[in-house]
Write a protein that binds this ligand. Structure first.
Ligand code: GDP
Length: 296
């Protein structure tokens, strides 16, 4: 179920509840069950869905609601708030400041869209007058450096990498040092990925992070990974201090519920979403407008 469908299903469930002449326990339960089913079909983690249902029932205590209370509005508001709560970990991520050097490290599995997203992130800030730079610390995948170089050249963003060096930590440190000397205010470190979660990958992430001391680690996740999202995000979080999430490929047929799980697993907010292969197909992510749009 893609996100738009998820929104449609939830809206329909709320509408059906609204149409009922009397809102009793059965009507509320039917509505919550429909919403639960829609969320599960969108790959939102089971525990999150169950907690959400419990919370709404707790908030909307039909017995305690005096006559005259607008039960429909209370239920709708509770659903909206709970969806926002899943997507809002309660504390904002570190935000780099223009003119002050920040190191931002990107992590994620191969194919998640990490390299593309690094350039999008750099380009987004460059347009706003920042001085970003890209460091390719992916020595695992042949062609990674070329890809970053090509993207960076197209966007006229300085980059650093090496065809010869096989130690990602060394490249990361050299790149960060060089761009600090050049007074870049946003030094972005692209790291390697693997197809699967592997001990070697996590160890490498730990080492790169320890050596470059990033101000922010961004976990990049493909929106179509579904139920695997929670475990994957948690595995990265256990190796490095993930502070924000970027969800890619939101333009595709992804179910999207994985985003909700990634937030829960990393306790970090989604800060941007990728909506296409092009450099400017990149949007700031805001919880409330997103949920409003989702619910139509
Ligand atoms: P990496 O292995 O994680 O560095 O992934 P890449 O950056 O090489 O991206 C893998 C593929 O996903 C490439 O074909 C990208 O063009 C594509 N991609 C990345 N982000 C998006 C996105 O937001 N939407 C779409 N449709 N494709 C994307």
């Amino acid at each position: 179920m893609v996100l738009a469908e998820l929104g449609g299903s939830i809206s329909r469930a709320l509408q059906q509840m609204s149409n009922a002449t009397v809102i009793d326990e059965k009507v509320l339960n039917d509505c919550l069950n429909d919403i639960t089913r829609a969320l599960l079909q969108s790959d939102v983690q089971f525990k999150l869905v169950r907690d959400m249902q419990t919370n709404i029932k707790h908030i909307v205590n039909l017995d305690d609601l005096a006559a005259g209370h607008n039960k429909r509005r209370i239920i709708q508001q509770a659903v909206f708030n709970e969806l926002c709560k899943i997507l809002d970990p309660g504390k904002p991520s570190f935000t780099p400041k223009k003119g002050k050097t920040s190191v931002v490290m990107f992590v994620g599995l191969q194919g998640s869209g990490k390299t593309t997203t690094c350039t999008k992130y750099a380009y987004y800030h460059q347009k706003k007058g920042w001085k970003p730079a890209l460091v390719c610390a992916d020595t695992f995948r042949a062609g990674a450096f070329d890809q970053l170089k090509q993207n960076a050249t197209k966007a006229k963003i300085p980059f650093y990498g090496s065809y010869m060096e096989s130690d990602p930590v060394k490249i990361a440190v050299e790149g960060v040092e060089r761009f600090k000397e050049e007074n870049c205010d946003l030094i972005i470190v692209d790291t390697s990925g693997r197809h699967k979660q592997e001990t070697a990958l996590f160890e490498e992430m730990r080492q790169v992070s320890e050596a470059t001391k990033p101000d922010l680690v961004i976990f990049v996740m493909d929106s179509s990974i579904g139920q695997a999202a929670f475990d994957q995000a948690q595995a990265f979080k256990q190796s490095v201090a993930v502070g924000a999430v970027i969800v890619t490929k939101m333009d595709g047929h992804a179910k999207g519920g994985g985003a909700l799980s990634a937030v829960a697993a990393t306790k970090s907010p989604v800060i941007f979403i990728g909506t296409g292969e092009h450099m400017d197909e990149f949007e700031v992510f805001d919880v409330k407008p997103f949920v409003s749009r989702l619910l139509g």
